[in-house]
Design a binder for this molecule. Structure first.
Ligand SMILES: Cc1cc2nc3c(=O)[nH]c(=O)nc-3n(C[C@H](O)[C@H](O)[C@H](O)COP(=O)(O)O)c2cc1C
Length: 205
Protein backbone atom coordinates (compact mmCIF):
# COMPACT_ATOMS: atom_id res chain seq x y z
CA UNK A 1 0.00 0.00 0.00
CA UNK A 2 1.42 3.46 -0.83
CA UNK A 3 2.60 5.46 2.14
CA UNK A 4 3.62 9.07 2.54
CA UNK A 5 5.91 10.70 5.09
CA UNK A 6 5.38 14.45 5.62
CA UNK A 7 7.94 16.52 7.50
CA UNK A 8 6.67 19.98 8.46
CA UNK A 9 9.49 22.14 9.77
CA UNK A 10 7.73 25.47 10.29
CA UNK A 11 7.14 26.60 13.87
CA UNK A 12 4.02 28.47 12.66
CA UNK A 13 1.60 25.56 12.44
CA UNK A 14 -1.57 26.24 10.43
CA UNK A 15 -0.36 29.77 9.47
CA UNK A 16 2.77 28.46 7.76
CA UNK A 17 3.08 29.24 4.05
CA UNK A 18 5.28 26.21 3.37
CA UNK A 19 2.88 24.08 5.41
CA UNK A 20 -0.11 25.31 3.40
CA UNK A 21 1.47 24.39 0.07
CA UNK A 22 2.73 21.15 1.64
CA UNK A 23 -0.86 20.27 2.55
CA UNK A 24 -1.88 20.92 -1.07
CA UNK A 25 0.82 18.44 -2.17
CA UNK A 26 -0.56 15.91 0.32
CA UNK A 27 -4.14 16.41 -0.89
CA UNK A 28 -3.09 15.70 -4.46
CA UNK A 29 -1.01 12.66 -3.46
CA UNK A 30 -3.91 11.30 -1.40
CA UNK A 31 -6.36 11.88 -4.24
CA UNK A 32 -4.12 9.69 -6.41
CA UNK A 33 -3.79 7.01 -3.73
CA UNK A 34 -6.87 7.31 -1.49
CA UNK A 35 -5.84 4.44 0.79
CA UNK A 36 -2.28 5.68 1.30
CA UNK A 37 -0.92 5.60 4.83
CA UNK A 38 0.17 9.05 5.98
CA UNK A 39 2.80 9.72 8.64
CA UNK A 40 3.12 13.38 9.64
CA UNK A 41 6.09 14.69 11.62
CA UNK A 42 5.42 18.31 12.60
CA UNK A 43 9.02 18.81 13.75
CA UNK A 44 8.62 22.61 13.71
CA UNK A 45 5.99 22.60 16.45
CA UNK A 46 6.97 19.33 18.15
CA UNK A 47 10.77 19.57 17.97
CA UNK A 48 12.91 16.46 18.07
CA UNK A 49 15.75 16.54 20.58
CA UNK A 50 19.14 17.28 19.11
CA UNK A 51 21.51 14.35 18.92
CA UNK A 52 23.61 14.01 22.07
CA UNK A 53 26.89 12.47 23.28
CA UNK A 54 25.35 9.03 23.81
CA UNK A 55 24.09 9.07 20.21
CA UNK A 56 27.44 10.23 18.83
CA UNK A 57 29.30 7.50 20.73
CA UNK A 58 26.84 4.70 19.86
CA UNK A 59 27.13 5.71 16.22
CA UNK A 60 30.84 4.88 16.17
CA UNK A 61 30.44 1.33 17.50
CA UNK A 62 29.88 -1.72 15.33
CA UNK A 63 26.45 -3.24 15.98
CA UNK A 64 27.98 -6.30 17.72
CA UNK A 65 29.66 -4.10 20.35
CA UNK A 66 26.64 -1.97 21.16
CA UNK A 67 25.18 -2.27 24.64
CA UNK A 68 21.50 -1.94 25.48
CA UNK A 69 22.23 1.70 26.41
CA UNK A 70 23.84 2.32 23.01
CA UNK A 71 20.82 0.85 21.27
CA UNK A 72 18.58 3.04 23.40
CA UNK A 73 20.62 6.09 22.35
CA UNK A 74 19.94 5.18 18.71
CA UNK A 75 16.26 4.31 19.22
CA UNK A 76 14.84 7.60 17.97
CA UNK A 77 17.09 7.52 14.91
CA UNK A 78 15.96 3.94 14.28
CA UNK A 79 12.30 4.97 14.53
CA UNK A 80 12.73 7.91 12.13
CA UNK A 81 14.71 5.88 9.57
CA UNK A 82 12.05 3.14 9.80
CA UNK A 83 9.44 5.78 8.89
CA UNK A 84 11.44 6.62 5.77
CA UNK A 85 11.77 2.93 4.92
CA UNK A 86 8.04 2.37 5.35
CA UNK A 87 7.04 5.16 2.96
CA UNK A 88 7.41 5.64 -0.78
CA UNK A 89 6.62 9.35 -1.05
CA UNK A 90 8.30 12.10 0.96
CA UNK A 91 7.19 15.67 1.53
CA UNK A 92 9.33 18.26 3.29
CA UNK A 93 7.74 21.66 3.93
CA UNK A 94 10.18 24.10 5.45
CA UNK A 95 10.86 27.80 5.91
CA UNK A 96 14.25 29.28 5.17
CA UNK A 97 15.81 30.40 8.45
CA UNK A 98 18.95 32.48 8.16
CA UNK A 99 19.59 31.29 4.62
CA UNK A 100 19.42 27.61 5.46
CA UNK A 101 17.17 24.95 6.99
CA UNK A 102 15.61 25.62 10.41
CA UNK A 103 17.33 23.80 13.27
CA UNK A 104 14.14 21.73 13.72
CA UNK A 105 14.68 20.20 10.27
CA UNK A 106 18.42 19.83 10.84
CA UNK A 107 17.67 17.79 13.99
CA UNK A 108 15.54 15.37 11.90
CA UNK A 109 18.37 15.15 9.33
CA UNK A 110 20.92 14.38 12.05
CA UNK A 111 18.76 11.46 13.19
CA UNK A 112 18.12 9.97 9.74
CA UNK A 113 21.42 10.52 7.92
CA UNK A 114 23.41 7.84 9.72
CA UNK A 115 26.54 5.97 8.63
CA UNK A 116 26.10 2.19 8.15
CA UNK A 117 22.33 2.56 8.42
CA UNK A 118 21.00 5.05 5.86
CA UNK A 119 24.27 5.42 3.97
CA UNK A 120 27.40 3.28 3.56
CA UNK A 121 30.97 4.51 3.55
CA UNK A 122 32.64 3.07 0.45
CA UNK A 123 35.96 3.67 -1.32
CA UNK A 124 33.93 5.75 -3.78
CA UNK A 125 32.37 7.92 -1.09
CA UNK A 126 29.04 7.81 0.72
CA UNK A 127 26.43 5.58 -0.85
CA UNK A 128 22.73 5.80 -0.06
CA UNK A 129 21.04 2.75 1.47
CA UNK A 130 17.43 3.94 1.26
CA UNK A 131 15.14 3.50 -1.72
CA UNK A 132 14.71 6.51 -3.94
CA UNK A 133 11.17 7.90 -4.08
CA UNK A 134 9.38 10.96 -5.43
CA UNK A 135 10.13 13.71 -2.93
CA UNK A 136 8.50 17.14 -2.83
CA UNK A 137 10.27 19.96 -1.01
CA UNK A 138 8.38 23.22 -0.44
CA UNK A 139 10.55 26.05 0.89
CA UNK A 140 9.23 29.44 1.99
CA UNK A 141 11.38 32.55 2.25
CA UNK A 142 10.57 36.07 3.38
CA UNK A 143 12.97 37.57 0.82
CA UNK A 144 13.99 36.82 -2.75
CA UNK A 145 16.14 33.99 -4.04
CA UNK A 146 15.45 34.50 -7.75
CA UNK A 147 14.59 37.23 -10.22
CA UNK A 148 15.80 40.81 -10.43
CA UNK A 149 17.01 42.94 -7.55
CA UNK A 150 18.90 42.11 -4.39
CA UNK A 151 19.03 38.37 -3.83
CA UNK A 152 20.10 36.36 -0.85
CA UNK A 153 22.05 33.09 -0.95
CA UNK A 154 19.93 29.94 -0.84
CA UNK A 155 21.64 27.28 1.25
CA UNK A 156 18.37 25.36 1.68
CA UNK A 157 17.86 23.72 -1.70
CA UNK A 158 21.49 22.77 -2.51
CA UNK A 159 21.95 21.44 1.01
CA UNK A 160 18.77 19.35 0.97
CA UNK A 161 19.55 18.06 -2.52
CA UNK A 162 22.97 16.89 -1.33
CA UNK A 163 21.97 15.43 2.04
CA UNK A 164 18.97 13.54 0.61
CA UNK A 165 21.15 12.14 -2.19
CA UNK A 166 23.60 10.84 0.43
CA UNK A 167 20.89 8.52 1.80
CA UNK A 168 19.68 7.53 -1.68
CA UNK A 169 16.89 10.03 -2.35
CA UNK A 170 17.58 11.71 -5.68
CA UNK A 171 14.13 12.23 -7.18
CA UNK A 172 13.58 15.57 -5.47
CA UNK A 173 11.25 18.29 -6.80
CA UNK A 174 11.76 21.69 -5.18
CA UNK A 175 9.54 24.70 -5.07
CA UNK A 176 10.58 27.94 -3.36
CA UNK A 177 7.89 30.40 -2.25
CA UNK A 178 9.64 33.74 -2.03
CA UNK A 179 9.09 37.37 -1.02
CA UNK A 180 6.54 36.32 1.58
CA UNK A 181 7.22 39.30 3.86
CA UNK A 182 6.81 41.79 1.00
CA UNK A 183 3.08 42.40 1.22
CA UNK A 184 -0.14 40.82 -0.05
CA UNK A 185 0.68 41.21 -3.77
CA UNK A 186 3.93 39.31 -3.32
CA UNK A 187 2.12 36.60 -1.34
CA UNK A 188 -0.49 36.29 -4.10
CA UNK A 189 2.25 35.95 -6.71
CA UNK A 190 3.95 33.24 -4.63
CA UNK A 191 0.63 31.40 -4.24
CA UNK A 192 -0.06 31.59 -7.99
CA UNK A 193 3.41 30.21 -8.77
CA UNK A 194 2.95 27.44 -6.22
CA UNK A 195 -0.32 26.36 -7.85
CA UNK A 196 1.39 26.33 -11.29
CA UNK A 197 4.17 24.15 -9.85
CA UNK A 198 1.58 21.81 -8.31
CA UNK A 199 -0.27 21.54 -11.62
CA UNK A 200 2.99 20.65 -13.32
CA UNK A 201 4.12 18.09 -10.72
CA UNK A 202 0.76 16.60 -9.73
CA UNK A 203 -1.84 17.63 -12.31
CA UNK A 204 -5.49 17.37 -11.20
CA UNK A 205 -6.87 14.13 -12.63
C1 LIG B 1 14.44 32.80 12.64
C2 LIG B 1 14.02 33.21 11.27
C3 LIG B 1 14.96 33.40 10.29
C4 LIG B 1 14.58 33.76 9.01
N1 LIG B 1 15.54 33.88 8.06
C5 LIG B 1 15.18 34.18 6.79
C6 LIG B 1 16.15 34.26 5.76
O1 LIG B 1 17.34 34.02 5.95
N2 LIG B 1 15.74 34.56 4.53
C7 LIG B 1 14.41 34.80 4.23
O2 LIG B 1 14.09 35.05 3.07
N3 LIG B 1 13.47 34.73 5.19
C8 LIG B 1 13.82 34.43 6.45
N4 LIG B 1 12.87 34.33 7.42
C9 LIG B 1 11.46 34.54 7.04
C10 LIG B 1 10.77 33.23 6.73
O3 LIG B 1 11.52 32.40 5.88
C11 LIG B 1 9.44 33.51 6.04
O4 LIG B 1 8.63 34.31 6.89
C12 LIG B 1 8.74 32.24 5.64
O5 LIG B 1 7.60 32.58 4.87
C13 LIG B 1 8.27 31.46 6.85
O6 LIG B 1 7.77 30.23 6.38
P1 LIG B 1 6.49 29.59 7.07
O7 LIG B 1 5.34 30.53 6.81
O8 LIG B 1 6.33 28.28 6.36
O9 LIG B 1 6.79 29.43 8.52
C14 LIG B 1 13.22 33.98 8.70
C15 LIG B 1 12.25 33.80 9.70
C16 LIG B 1 12.64 33.42 10.97
C17 LIG B 1 11.58 33.20 12.02
Amino acid sequence: MPAILAIDASPRGAASHSGQVGRMVLERLLRRSPGARLIVRPVGVEPLPHVDAAYAEALELPEARRTAADRQALARSEELIAELEATDRLLIATPMHNFTVPSALKAWIDHVVRAHRSFALTPHGKQGLLADRPTYVVVSAGGAVSGEGPLQPDFVTPYLRHVLAVIGIRDVRFHVLENLVRGPDAVQTAERRARAWLDEQLPEE
